[in-house]
Design a protein around this ligand. Structure first.
Ligand code: DX5
Ligand code: ZN
Length: 214
């Protein structure tokens, strides 16, 4: 069954504890960290990850949209992240490998993220170090954008490589996921779906999470 990771980027930040409890039937809690440099927006940092850790039993799936994430991955792990993903565009291959190793050394799951303009091949040097590969289906930075269906060939390519190599690696999709696009992403090999606005704008959140799981 598909896993659903609601993004708290679409939550009411003035009531974060309540908002996190509203999605407690999901599989992961997706936390979008932005630094105003890698993406043109600033959101959540280490103290917020630390503050939300005790209010949910869900694994925290921390998506780092920051320059040179190697500088901060250990701090996010110590703050309570369970999965930490870093963008391949955010640093050199060497430093990205170092970031993944530091995350794994903390006993956490490491992953790489690809922006829409980044080809599947950019994930190849890192696959064996990853518990997750995240394919962006919007330009990172903001919630509520339209799903980029033209990312599906990239998703299928990654699905093929993960299967051929027999890797224990989840394939996550982030951006524009809703009741229709969830089916497209699943049909093309995704195992984890991030959903911000589709979850938090729903009247009945548990029903929406079930609907997205398919
Ligand atoms: C965008 C973030 C996404 C965002 C998704 O940069 O990485 O996680 O919250 O929001 P929706 O589901 O509304 O597209
Ligand atoms: Zn995200």
């Amino acid at each position: 069954m598909l896993k659903i990771a609601p993004s708290i980027l679409s939550a009411d930040f003035a009531n974060l504890e309540r908002e996190i409890r509203r999605v407690d039937t999901a599989d992961y809690l997706h936390v979008d960290v932005m630094d105003g440099l890698f993406v043109p927006n600033i959101t959540i940092g280490i103290p917020v990850v630390q503050a939300i850790r005790p209010v949910t039993a869900l694994p925290l799936d921390v998506h780092l949209m920051i320059d040179r994430p190697v500088r901060y991955v250990e701090q996010f792990c110590r703050a309570g992240a369970d999965i930490v993903t870093v963008h391949v565009e955010a640093d050199s291959e060497e430093n990205t490998k170092k970031a993944l190793s530091l995350i794994r050394a903390q006993g956490k799951c490491a992953g790489v993220v690809l922006k829409p303009g980044t080809p599947a091949e950019a994930a190849l040097p890192f696959l064996e170090l990853c518990s997750m590969v995240l394919v962006m289906t919007v330009e990172p930075g903001f919630g509520g954008q339209a799903f980029m269906e033209d990312m599906m060939p990239k998703l299928r390519t990654l699905r093929g490589w993960i299967d051929q190599r027999g890797l224990d690696c989840e394939l996550e999709v982030d951006g524009g996921i809703g009741p229709d696009t969830c089916k497209t992403a699943a049909a093309n090999g995704a195992t984890v779906l991030v959903a911000g606005s589709a979850v938090y704008r729903a009247q009945d959140i548990p029903a929406r999470i079930r609907e997205l799981r398919g």
